[in-house]
Design a protein around this ligand. Structure first.
Ligand code: 5GP
Length: 123
């Protein structure tokens, strides 16, 4: 899937749309989700044109991959989530209901989060 530079997170990265910023460095930007699904719900996005985990891990420079994942860890730390625990999640593609086609990692925390998925698997 080709990267669409008009997606909402691309606009946030370019400063065309505001966000409630939590953290920023040369590799990543983190901001609170506009529609939080937990007391803490933050998104971390890489600074680069990547749709999801597949193209990011295949095509991004190693320095960006390292910097991005370090940023995810730093954000969880800065949000004070590490001791009690938190969840990271990255949706990719249709089956995962990815809405925004720019790689993002959700960080959820601030309460017990329950089971990993809220639906029962049956084959
Ligand atoms: P996805 O389903 O793609 O993994 O999640 C996209 C997330 O982006 C959703 O949780 C949604 O609430 C959030 N989101 C969509 N548009 C905006 C926006 O303009 N600003 C912020 N802060 N979050 C957004």
């Amino acid at each position: 899937m080709a990267y669409d530079p008009t997606n909402i997170f691309a606009k946030i990265l370019r400063g065309e749309i505001p966000c409630d910023k939590v953290y920023e460095d040369e590799y990543a930007l983190a901001f609170h989700d506009i529609n939080p699904q937990a007391p803490v719900h933050t998104l971390v996005i890489p600074k680069g044109e990547y749709v999801s985990m597949a193209d990011f891990t295949a095509d991004a420079p190693a320095e960006l991959i390292t910097g991005f994942f370090r940023a995810v860890g730093k954000v969880a730390e800065e949000l004070g989530l590490v001791e009690a625990g938190y969840r990271t999640l990255a949706n990719a593609g249709t089956n995962a209901h990815q809405e925004v086609p720019h790689l993002h990692i959700h960080i959820f925390g601030g309460k017990p989060l329950g089971p990993m998925l809220d639906t029962q698997f049956s084959s």
